[in-house]
Design a protein around this ligand. Structure first.
Ligand SMILES: *Cc1c(COP(=O)(O)O)cnc(C)c1O
Length: 391
């Protein structure tokens, strides 16, 4: 059977690109301007509009979220021989840029309330390393599936030892940190640096693309230079450090500008999809939904469930097959990084890991597009109810 991400199109996709209607005009505007050769006003405008929307000082549009994370690590000076602590329950794009820098990842387990990096494990590890002078060069904290990690204690632990934090907010554009029930800063703008992805499946899309943000304008300025082959500001091509070709094109930026104003309605739509699932899956034995943690509004990029085979009479693999047979795409929760053969072969350690292992064993992501009709939620829930053996 073909894996969905190799091009299979089931009638109910996991997370479909959702156009606003303004995209065609936006692209026509770029073509009319013929601004195809280098970074132009469209890219700058997208950066300014995104920074405004997020409430952050500086933004750099990039060719992908992965590129943005690579730049974040580089401007923090992460290099050969360094170690970087990173959530184990995530997509490999949170980790690979650490290796691009010649550094080594150290994986950290999740906690159960948000499925994200466990602040207590992190604090213990930093204390242990701080005392022996082996601090990591950075911490990459991932906000999984639209849910903020417990940032307040995470940032406190890192600040105590002066370790910079990069937020991987690729899946959580539009989420906010709550303090005493009040909405405060946007996910991605709270740590030293933050990154987003505008991949076709994410909250909003430029088809491919990403963004690096920070209140530290000096860091973003350095990243901007690295993203264009690290050209020095002189007329002839001169280079004193190694750069990349990581800038976003005007065409992609125009798509982003057409998408950005829809962000809050996309968040509302995905939360409504989740609410529809919650209502319909109420009382189905062995099925529970990813919780919403008190410290941050969940944008529900993907609605995720846990399938307890002892109570559901079916495991998540069999449930995924049943959904596929019914025309609905679903996907296991990310396979933890400490279980990935490529990283195991390189011997990267993991602090804990049981929580992430259990979430992977039972976790399944359901179709969650912001354009998903409620009839499709009905269909998916009917398939789930039919597959769960009630005894
Ligand atoms: C999508 C994603 C990325 C990478 O984004 P790309 O734009 O695909 O490079 C990074 N981290 C996480 C957690 C993601 O889901």
């Amino acid at each position: 059977m073909t894996a969905p991400d190799r091009g299979e199109r089931l009638s109910i996709p996991l997370s479909a690109p959702h156009q606003t209607g303004g995209e065609l005009e936006a692209i026509s505007r770029v073509l009319a301007s013929n601004w195809l050769a280098s970074v132009g006003p469209e890219v700058t405008a997208f950066e300014v509009e995104a920074a405004d929307a997020l409430g952050v000082n500086a933004a750099l549009a990039t060719s992908s979220g992965t590129a943005a994370l690579h730049l974040a690590l580089r401007v923090l000076g992460v290099g050969a021989g360094d170690e970087v602590l990173v959530s184990t329950l995530t997509f490999c794009a949170s980790v690979n840029p650490i290796l691009y820098c010649g550094a080594r990842p150290v994986f950290v387990d999740s906690e159960e309330r948000s499925w994200n990096l466990d602040p207590a494990l992190l604090a213990d590890e930093l204390d242990r390393r701080g005392r022996t002078g082996r601090l990591p060069a950075a911490v990459v904290v991932v906000h999984l599936y639209g849910q903020l990690a417990e940032l307040v204690p995470i940032l406190a632990a890192c600040e105590r030892w002066g370790v910079p934090v990069i937020e991987d907010a690729a899946e959580s554009l539009g989420a906010h940190l709550s303090v005493d029930g009040a909405r405060t800063r946007a996910a991605g703008t709270i740590g030293t640096l933050g990154i987003f992805s505008f991949d076709g499946s994410k909250m909003i899309t430029t088809s491919v693309g990403g963004m690096l943000v920070s209140d530290r304008e000096d860091l973003v300025t350095h990243a901007r230079k690295l993203a264009r082959q690290a050209r020095e500001p002189v007329d002839h091509y001169e280079h004193t450090e190694i750069g990349y070709n990581y800038r976003m094109s005007s065409v992609h930026a125009a798509l982003g500008r057409a998408q950005l104003p829809a962000l809050s309605s996309r968040v509302a739509a995905r939360r409504a999809v989740f609410a529809a699932y919650r209502e319909r899956l109420e009382g189905v034995p062995g099925i529970t939904l990813q919780p919403e943690a008190p410290w941050g509004g969940h944008v529900r990029w993907l609605t995720c469930i846990l399938v307890d085979p002892a109570r559901a009479g079916i495991d998540r693999t069999a449930l995924q097959q049943a959904l596929r047979a019914g025309g609905a795409e679903s996907r296991p929760v990310w396979k933890p990084m400490h279980q990935q053969p490529v990283y195991r072969a390189l011997g990267f350690p993991c602090i804990g890991g049981d929580v992430a292992d259990a979430l992977f064993a039972q976790g399944l992501c359901l179709p969650s597009s912001s354009s998903l009709p409620v009839e499709d939620v009905d269909r998916v829930c009917t398939l789930i109810r039919g597959a769960v053996v009630t005894r």
